[in-house]
Write a protein that binds this ligand. Sequence first.
Ligand SMILES: CC(C)(COP(=O)(O)OP(=O)(O)OC[C@H]1O[C@@H](n2cnc3c(N)ncnc32)[C@H](O)[C@@H]1OP(=O)(O)O)[C@@H](O)C(=O)NCCC(=O)NCCS
Length: 165
Amino acid sequence: MRASPPEAKPSVTVERITHQDVPEICALYKRVWDAPPVAGLRPELLKSWQPTPLEFTSWMEGVTYFAARRDGRLVGVIGCEIAQGNCRLVNLAVDPEARRGGVGAALVGAAIEWGRHANATEIWANALARFTAVAALFKHLEFAECGLLHRHEWGEDVRLFERVL
Ligand SMILES: CC(C)(COP(=O)(O)OP(=O)(O)OC[C@H]1O[C@@H](n2cnc3c(N)ncnc32)[C@H](O)[C@@H]1OP(=O)(O)O)[C@@H](O)C(=O)NCCC(=O)NCCS
């Protein structure tokens, strides 16, 4: 599927990934989590978000991934997991050098389209409570913040976000 979400700025294209994209995607996750948005995150957590190509192939089981490209360069990734009639967003990341250019919004826009296409009635996501950029992105895209899980992921609080489709 080729998506043209309304949130996308013109130069960003978002498409479903292919197996050929996997090395570039793993390189992107490495860049993103080598420069995490906040200091003091546990090394195990950062490592768990930097998959090898083999690990990423297992992440793809049951999850539909989309990649954003700008001028042909892969600058962002998101996964959509459809289960029990809802669509969960996972592993969203945008290249540090491409931020605040509409890439994250384009990816979430594609995920919303995908959720609708799959007849999901809700789209939701979780994020470390300390990650303010992703919270601002979800707010910008009219998600509601709907919960907080205490010390849920490697001892970090996790916020929940949802948008009814
Ligand atoms: C969160 C993230 C995906 C946002 O991607 P992005 O491409 O920079 O986001 P966009 O440019 O599409 O932002 C759209 C809107 O969201 C809000 N927003 C995004 N980042 C923001 C920030 N750092 N501060 C304040 N508002 C922000 C703004 O309203 C922005 O619109 P504007 O730029 O016109 O003001 C990116 O910062 C990222 O990859 N962070 C590290 C990884 C991460 O936290 N992933 C989520 C794990 S759950």
